[in-house]
Design a protein. Sequence first.
Length: 511
Amino acid sequence: MAKYTVVLIDTISIQNYVFGSNKLKENLGASYLVKTIYEYPGVKSKPLANPKGYIGGGNALLFFSDDESANNFVKEWSTNLLVEYPGVRTAVAISKIEFSDENDTNFKNGKDKIFNKLAANKFKYHPKVILPTHGLTAECSTTGLSMEAWLNVYGENGKIIQNESNYVSSMSKAKNDAVDEATKKMYNDFPCVKTNGFKFTNVLDELGSSKSEDSHIAIVHIDGNGIGERFENCKTLKETRELSEALEKAIQKSFKDLIEHIIQNIHKIKEEINLTKNIIPIRSIILGGDDVTFVCDGRLGIYFAKIFIEQFEKYYEKNNVAFKNENISACAGVAITKLKYPFYRGYQLAEELCRNAKMKRKEKNNNGSWIDWHISYGGLAGTLDDIREQYKVPEGNLLMRPYKLADNNLEISFYNLINNTRQFFQKENGKLKFPNSKIKELREVLTLGNDATKLFKKYLDSRELELPRLGSTTLSDNLFSNGVTPFYDMIELAEIYPKFELEKEDKNAKV
């Protein structure tokens, strides 16, 4: 049995680093820097030790033959980090692990020990990873740090834009400088984009916003379910590495499938959004481990999240051995905010929505994938709980979300929600059976109390206007059932979900 000195490195406060700017270019560059910090030559090219460790999910587990080699590596690597990746924060733990080979279950004891040590180290020491602000210099507009590096801004013609070029902080400069490499990697990972004549954009308002309208973007955050437990249950180094590699492949393949779906349906999508220049209307910011964050036009966020998760689940069906024949699933949070709204706050909301979907999944003791969303028509104040309080009326809750992405027989099935919402778009003799004007009235009436909703229901009955049928669900005259109404979610979905999906007929609809 051999004894190794093991170095465990983890990136911390990634969200603050990646989403601290309202400029998509800086978000993309920051994400690329975080993704590549382990590609420093000292990690991959130097002979470390047998067995090979693993890199994935934001951390790296590296094996060394002795303490001196491990300590020298950490010194060299962290020094390079300060110079090349200003602002990236990491935590390190060094420990001994004793096991015979990659299949030795003794590895788990050592792994648990070093991960516990890393968790303790995160609370003990917070290294300075950027230079402090100098009192005699101006502040960078995006980071608030000292302006100390000149940044040239280039136009589409490759020429420098003089009035936009300026001094910025070293952190902002590093993020901007990384954008080109980040974009190259995207084209390498997803060659179907260039092959079909499309290109990625680094500008939010090129993702499909409409200049004449109050444009919204969707920030989508997706997180795998129970991934931490899966890693904890890995007993050998081989199992740990294989799980890490399988998750990485699942994420990449699922996003590739989503992009191909977009390309195949681009003509329909162009009918929904103002898209020019053959821009692919999505840009991933984080794709790694079990974490996914991408941005798109507000009218496509929920739809794209659904497609991604469906592909993620299908990957299991074809590769179930890698996941030990256990299902994989994910939860999604979709924050739909105004284009100019602070990006970091929008991302925080998307994270909260994702956590809320996970909580509902746990509350229902239900496996599978769940989705939650919020549409902000103004500003955002407070936590998600604070925001959701505004959607409660004396009769109950206006919102049924989150929804499960499965089980048409389930009351809170997202597929049932889509099918029911489709009924708003049914036509008779070329006219909508349920006029758009009445949908707007319904939205307002739901907030006005019992008398208003009962009166509106009688009015609809007198005009033979049928609200969507909801299977076996029995609604009272005030349009609520068990303290919740399904119609508010349907109305919002009708506004924000692609019309080419809502207007098509679903043969499997349960109404």
